[in-house]
Write a new protein. Structure first.
Length: 215
């Protein structure tokens, strides 16, 4: 089973767990769009975070692969996507991880090295945004992105802009990212027409996503 299909199954299982999990944090306040939570970690430290859900899941996971558990908290939860923040154990306490990434969505860990964020934007996971991230010291950085979306074209007539979405064409763009330089180089790009229905397209996309990163 390829990584993308495995990730989709993990998304389904994660959302099911989140919807049924008991509250792991205490609500201590409100913001205009969420709840302020206090969670007491296993070392007695009080952590505060904001989540759109009243009963967010807080769990332990070694997200930076150093052999010590860290804390992950859900900051927003939808029908198919869970958004996370990481609190990293530094040997003394938990600290909010610095990230040079996009939103951390439905994250999963690969090969004891990569943290992967993969949104499910529809069409059974075919529409998605994937980020492969690695740790550089205490900072999590994106090194590759893959955006899989319905093709969008833009036409201008004078000062009038017309944006058209083609529901029968899938456009996929894979980029190598240099966050320090603020640049992204296109490694692979393809348009599928008609919209693919089998597993072949996902397998091809997954192969390009990991090309050169996994043996």
């Amino acid at each position: 089973m390829n990584t993308r299909r495995t990730a989709l199954l993990l998304v389904i299982l994660t959302v099911c767990v989140l919807l049924s999990a008991p509250a792991g944090a205490e609500v201590v306040g409100r913001t205009y769009d969420g709840y302020i939570h206090r969670y007491t970690a296993d070392n007695g430290q009080d952590l505060y975070f904001v989540s759109t859900t009243e009963e967010p899941l807080v769990q332990y996971d070694d997200v930076n692969f150093d052999g010590h558990h860290d804390l992950t908290v859900v900051t927003a939860l939808g029908a198919s996507n869970a958004y996370y923040e990481f609190y990293i154990w530094n040997g003394t306490e938990y600290t909010l991880a610095e990230r040079w990434t996009g939103d951390m969505i439905n994250y999963f860990l690969v090969d004891g090295k990569y943290v992967v964020s993969q949104s499910n934007d529809g069409n059974a996971g075919l529409l998605s945004r994937t980020e492969i991230c690695v740790w550089e010291g205490d900072v999590l950085k994106t090194i590759r992105t893959m955006v899989s979306e319905e093709e969008v074209s833009i036409q201008w007539e004078g000062r009038i802009m017309t944006e058209t979405t083609n529901l029968d064409r899938l456009h996929v763009t894979l980029c190598e990212v240099d966050g320090l330089a603020g640049s992204a180089e296109v490694l692979w790009e393809k348009t599928y027409e008609p919209m693919p229905e089998g597993a072949e397209a996902m397998e091809e996309m997954d192969a390009h996503l990991w090309d050169g990163l996994r043996v």
